[in-house]
Design a protein around this ligand. Structure first.
Ligand code: GLC
Length: 570
């Protein structure tokens, strides 16, 4: 192996280093993580009991999905009180204990902030619908047009984005469920209230926010009709709206900049240019989630469909985001979250090559620059679950989509739409975490709110041996912590057009030139054996990690199904 040149300077200047760039974030969906009291619903004491699993994996931070008081129409994304804990999850005391326990394990806690909308049960909405003068203007109220909604905007969950409220005698806007009215960010009192709430949580000692659908805050003046053929009717008038940057800059200036807190904005329909604006080096946020790689398997751009996907497109998206943000921002890397189907069921082969494909996909996520987010159960290779009828689905979005597919007249029965809904439903990510092979996978002593995936006897934390998916994730995370090239390096795609293999380098250079480290990853995304010619000199490569147990391999030998290899070249 070529020795790195003797340089005294550090390849990554101190000023560029931050804890959140160097972190691996683990996402916890509280409802489904661990239940401590037998009511079938995950809770905060349950999370505390299982924190060692997260720490042992090597995670540096936890993103906790919403735990605020909520009627749970959208599992906590409908908040009725920003300053108290949902009663099924525990008390504020439990939450404080969680924060202390997370910090004790040298991890950080990132809270989910949902401020595009609240629940209809929030006191602000209750007062607004009663026309309380202080709250009258907290939401977006409009008269109808001849008994019809004020415009043709569509809710992300389907149907009109407007609901008529008898009490107020007007329509209110909701870009999600009708139980989730959109806040009126033009109103300075709304902004002040939200900023105060953020400060309140930061003062409690949290380490950052994941900002839910944060690029929807600013709606175009006059709320004009949208193109009915668009993927999301009206989106042009509420995604990336005219005042968004000003709102986020004010948030940063008045609140975030006073703390060492990280922010990651969830931004539907985000482009690289927009990401640079909001999460570039000088932007108000630290990074943003985009969704381009989660739509590869859409058919004709439709979400409720199952289509073929291709690897060159994934690689193209990866390059675009790396090149677009590496010098002027930072990338957030993820495969899964609580809204996405399980990745091994989408881009891997859970039947024949479960371990191989789950680990290969993990390698792709954890050997590139950016901050990776591992969703609970991804480190086990948890798979999509089994949905037998519409009643078995819990997700407000999946239930609505099922009804719409059935109403479309194209299908006659649930069986006919089951392939689509079963593949795409957000419930797939929300089945209980699989801890062991006891009843309900050790998630609860009671009846779980959503059934456990039937494969829990094989796929569970307790069953993860030394050659398991989890052990491999642990190695990946360790490798990342040891080598800055994976975190800060420059990504170069060596085989952009290859249909089955991904091969790329991550190179870390000294500011004055000269390579500090160069890593190479070669990944087989297929179930076929693949030889590969690499346009780089690899004779001296050191194998750092592989998901196959083989000796004497070089980067150019044939690649077994879903094989992943990571080398150090320099
Ligand atoms: C985000 C959340 C999702 C939620 C929606 C509305 O996309 O991730 O779970 O339903 O926002 O708050």
């Amino acid at each position: 192996m070529t020795k790195p040149p003797q340089q005294t300077s550090c390849p990554v200047p101190e000023a560029e280093r931050t804890w959140w760039k160097e972190s691996v974030v683990y996402q916890i969906y509280p409802r489904s993580f661990a239940d401590s009291d037998g009511d079938g619903i995950g809770d905060i004491p349950g999370i505390i009991d299982r924190l060692d699993h997260v720490a042992d994996l090597g995670a540096d931070a936890i993103w906790l999905n919403p735990v605020y008081e909520s009627p749970q129409h959208d599992n906590g994304y409908d908040i009725s009180d920003y300053r108290s804990i949902h009663h099924e999850y525990g008390t504020m005391g439990d939450w404080e204990e969680l924060l202390a326990q997370v910090h004790e394990r040298d991890m950080r806690l990132v809270m989910d902030l949902v401020v595009n909308h609240t629940s209809v049960d929030h006191e602000w909405f209750q007062r607004s619908r009663r026309r309380d003068p202080d709250y009258e203007d907290y939401y977006i109220w409009r008269e109808g047009e001849d008994g019809e909604a004020p415009n043709n905007w569509e809710s992300f969950f389907g149907g009109s984005a407007w609901t008529y409220d008898e009490e107020r005698g007007k329509y209110y806007l909701h870009l999600y469920d009708e139980s989730q009215p959109d806040l009126n960010w033009r109103n300075p009192a709304v902004r002040r209230d939200i900023f105060d709430t953020m400060e309140w949580w930061l003062e409690k000692g949290i380490d950052g926010f994941r900002l839910d659908v944060i690029n929807l805050l600013s709606k175009a003046a006059g709320l004009p009709d949208g193109d009915p053929d668009a993927e999301w009717t009206g989106a042009r008038h509420f995604v990336d709206g005219p005042r968004l940057l000003a709102y986020l800059e004010a948030m940063d200036e008045q609140v975030l900049s006073n703390y060492d807190a990280m922010t990651v904005g969830e931004m539907p329909q985000l482009s690289v240019e927009q990401a640079r604006k909001y999460a570039g080096t000088d932007g108000p946020l630290d990074m943003a989630f985009h969704f381009q790689h989660t739509k590869l398997d859409y058919e004709d751009g439709k979400r409720w469909s199952v289509g073929d996907w291709d690897l060159p497109e994934l690689k193209q998206i990866t390059r675009r985001w790396h090149d677009g943000l590496s010098a002027e921002g930072w990338n957030a890397l993820f495969w899964e979250n609580h809204d996405q189907p399980r990745v091994v069921s989408r881009y891997g082969d859970p039947e024949t090559y479960h371990r191989e494909s789950a680990t290969m996909l993990g390698t792709f996520m954890l050997t590139r620059s950016g901050t990776p987010y591992v969703y609970q159960g991804q480190e086990l290779g948890m798979t999509n679950a089994q949905w037998t009828d519409v009643e078995s689905l819990a997700d407000v979005d999946a239930r609505r989509a099922t009804r719409e597919l059935l109403d479309s007249g194209q299908y006659d029965s649930f069986e006919e739409v089951a392939d689509i809904v079963g593949y795409r439903s957000r419930d797939n990510a929300r089945t209980p975490m699989q801890w062991d092979d006891s009843d309900h996978a050790g998630f609860t002593d009671g009846e779980p709110w959503l059934p456990v995936n039937t494969n829990y006897e094989e796929v569970n934390v307790a069953a993860q041996a030394d050659d398991s998916v989890t052990a491999y994730y642990r190695s990946l995370i360790e490798l990342r912590a040891e080598h800055d090239a994976f975190v800060y390096g420059t990504y170069e795609d060596l085989h952009p057009e290859h249909e089955r293999l991904a091969a790329y380098t991550q190179t870390l250079e000294y500011p004055d030139g000269g390579v500090s480290e160069r890593m190479l990853a070669v990944l087989n995304f297929s179930a076929d054996r693949e030889p590969v010619e690499l346009p780089t000199t690899v004779e001296d490569a050191d194998l750092l990690l592989s998901n196959y147990d083989r000796d004497a391999i070089t980067p150019t030998t044939a690649h077994e199904p879903y094989e992943a290899r990571v080398f150090r070249l320099e």
